[in-house]
Write a protein that binds this ligand. Structure first.
Ligand SMILES: [Zn+2]
Length: 110
């Protein structure tokens, strides 16, 4: 396990062929803090993405922080993306949460 509630495989690029890039510790710490306040599993729907895989994703920017392990898309059952964004702003201001329709993009601020 990378942290109490997250394992490396959860952040693995979905292409399944590239060299793994682990999530930035500051991102992982923020996700643990989020999990603690909601007391529910934080599901990683997209963690690391190699540049090749990222390029296949619609609307993904070429310099996405997913490529460097500094972003993750998450879902928490029963907690809407807008609520997740509010919580992140409060408990992990070093991160930026962008609520989408069905998930929340969370990234390390630059
Ligand atoms: Zn990949």
């Amino acid at each position: 396990m990378l942290s109490p509630h997250f394992s490396a495989v959860e952040f693995r690029c979905r292409c399944g062929r590239c060299t793994p890039v682990l999530p930035a510790k500051i991102l992982l710490a923020g996700l643990e803090a989020l999990r603690a306040v909601v007391s529910r599993p934080v599901i990683i729907t997209s963690g690391h993405r190699c540049a090749a895989y990222n390029a296949t994703i619609k609307n993904a920017v070429p310099n996405s922080r997913h490529i460097t392990g500094r972003a993750a898309d998450i879902v928490i059952r029963g907690v809407p993306p807008a609520d997740i964004a509010v919580l992140i702003k409060y408990i992990a201001p070093e991160l930026q949460a962008l609520p989408r329709a069905t998930y929340t993009h969370i990234q390390v601020r630059v």
